[in-house]
Design a protein around this ligand. Sequence first.
Ligand code: AR6
Length: 182
Amino acid sequence: MDAPTPPIRLRVVQGDITKLATTAIVNAANSSLLGGGGVDGAIHRAAGPQLLEECRKIRARQGGCATGEAVITIGGKLPAAYVIHTVGPVWNGGHKGEPELLANCYRHSLQLALDNKLASVAFPGINTGIYGYPKPAAAALAVREVRQWLATHEWPQEVVLVAFDAETKRLYEQELANQGPA
Ligand code: AR6
């Protein structure tokens, strides 16, 4: 008899991450943690003032969040219970350590999910908007990091890569086909 097929733990969806009811959603924040444009602005608007209040407390305690690091707060009015805020590097040509720093965003966010035993986590395309990381390279890195993590950790049980546009969805699907499912 064939061995049972393991469940798929990495999914791709297209849409607005603020609408997802995963245990946590990840925010592409900046080191001030005080909000901004893009997905950061959308998450703060949807979550309400409680989110900013929690971010201010973290800022008072540890002075914000360094590039490549991640912090966790409650989700306020979001369907997700938690928000993991991570800060990607500003793209500066690719030779200033950007890939390693972006990989750290995924690893540290996933580490928080493990520490807090969060069942499911949704990631936006961290860095691929205002911070300018090329979308194909960011998609390859995101799929690689999440696959590696899931192969060696039980938590989170499920990861969702959220594409805001059709091009990003196609890039993620292509990477999943190339690198294999997780
Ligand atoms: N749901 C899912 N994805 C989204 C949404 C949404 N509602 N809105 C935008 N995206 P960006 P960055 C996608 O610019 O490049 C902020 O000002 C978007 O299409 O939000 O990491 C922060 O405060 C893109 O693919 O984040 C920082 O200062 C991806 O989310 C800076 O921007 C990330 O785009 C961070 O820049």
